[in-house]
Design a protein around this ligand. Structure first.
Ligand code: S3P
Length: 206
């Protein structure tokens, strides 16, 4: 689960994770940083963006930015509290502001919020500054992954496969048109997903 409620203030900074060169199981590949641009991971809630971003940042010795965590750190409150106190539209503004700010940085792996690619301006900026990778999973898989968590206000009182399927369908076109490529995650281990992703990324780069 994301650490979104840390109260240490990081006002006016981007919340990042420095690349770490050794993985938790010591078996990830470390192949340096062949990228000059960002890698944006997009996708529905629960598709594993944060976990995969962490592993990819280790693999390629890249900085990682977890967008929701950055926004929560700066606001000094959780994403759920931002939604509750200021409303979703304020959260979307903070999200867009962060996307724009990231244009000034180089080659980070960025775990986006599930709603980040829904705004055209966000997608335009992301396309300009990096490669956009869509992670997908079935509504059943998503439901299984999110059913016991309480940090996603949009799903909080809607934790059913049918709600997830419907929202996913509404968002599908925007997700797919934003993506440079798509990785299906159902039935794959984190390691398999990262290897597939790394292969596609390096094929595109070299
Ligand atoms: C949202 C997804 C969340 C978070 C917010 C809204 C969405 O991020 O940004 O709760 O609209 O899909 P994750 O996809 O990282 O859970």
């Amino acid at each position: 689960m994301k650490a979104r409620t840390h109260m240490d203030q990081l006002e006016n900074t981007t919340r990042t994770h420095a690349p770490c060169r050794s993985s938790e199981n010591g078996r990830d590949l470390h192949i340096g940083t062949p990228f000059r641009h960002h890698i944006f991971l997009i996708g529905f809630m629960g598709t594993g963006k944060t976990t995969i971003a962490q592993r990819i940042s280790t693999m390629f010795a890249m900085e990682m930015v977890e967008m929701d965590e950055t926004i929560a750190q700066r606001a000094g409150m959780s994403i759920s509290d931002i939604f509750e106190t200021y409303g979703e539209s304020r959260f979307r503004e903070l999200e867009t502001r962060l996307v724009m700010e990231l244009q000034g940085k180089n080659n980070a792996v960025i775990s986006c919020g599930g709603g980040t690619p829904l705004r055209e301006n966000n997608v335009k900026a992301m396309k300009k500054s990096g490669t956009i990778v869509l992670l997908t999973a079935s509504p059943e898989t998503i439901h299984e992954r999110v059913k016991d968590s309480h940090d996603r206000p949009i799903l909080e009182s809607n934790k059913s496969v049918s709600f997830i399927a419907e929202l996913m369908e509404q968002r599908r076109e925007k997700y797919e048109s934003a993506a440079d490529f798509i990785i299906e995650t159902d039935g794959k281990s984190e390691r398999e997903i990262c290897e597939e992703l790394a292969k596609k990324l390096t094929e595109g780069e070299l």
